[in-house]
Design a binder for this molecule. Structure first.
Ligand code: HEC
Length: 121
């Protein structure tokens, strides 16, 4: 029997293609698992990450526009605004003018920050 010299190459190729399919199917199911883990992980992190300390909230959300000493930068100084808690709350929810974005804070953070800003001196 005369062996065709191309046969070994074809065998390697077929093996390679089969391996590729196996790996990509494994990859797909791994991907789903990773996505699931990430999803759960993120949910857990988020509840932990919502800061409730006004100074932490300030540093992460407001400092870029109101300055590191609340002295003002793009936005006005937040010291001694004379605003009541409710007025600040309204600004935080609805924004003010063109520069102050509303809706930056979630849930309890609005109350916490409104209280804190209204008492800044
Ligand atoms: C994108 C920049 C920006 C960010 C971020 C920002 N502000 Fe402002 N803020 C402004 C500007 C500009 C004004 C002035 C708006 C006006 O009077 O037209 C303002 C006004 C205010 C006022 C009213 C001050 C006054 O004397 O009338 C308060 C209170 C305030 N911001 C609080 C906050 C808090 C708290 C945060 C963080 C949650 C925050 N701001 C984040 C830009 C910003």
């Amino acid at each position: 029997m005369k062996r065709n010299p191309v046969v070994p190459f074809i065998l390697v190729m077929v093996f390679g293609i089969v391996l590729m399919f196996i790996l990509s199917f494994k990859g797909l199911s791994d991907m789903k698992e990773v996505a699931k883990e990430n999803g759960e992980g993120k949910g857990a992190e988020k509840t932990e990450e919502v800061a409730t300390n006004p100074e932490d909230i300030y540093k992460s959300t407001c400092i870029s526009c109101h300055g590191d000493q609340y002295q003002g930068a793009v936005g006005p100084s937040l010291k001694g605004t004379g605003l009541s808690k409710d007025e600040v709350k309204d600004i935080l929810v609805n924004g003010k003018g063109t520069g102050m974005p509303g809706g930056l804070l979630k849930g309890d953070q609005v109350d916490i920050m409104a209280e804190w800003v209204s008492k800044l001196k």
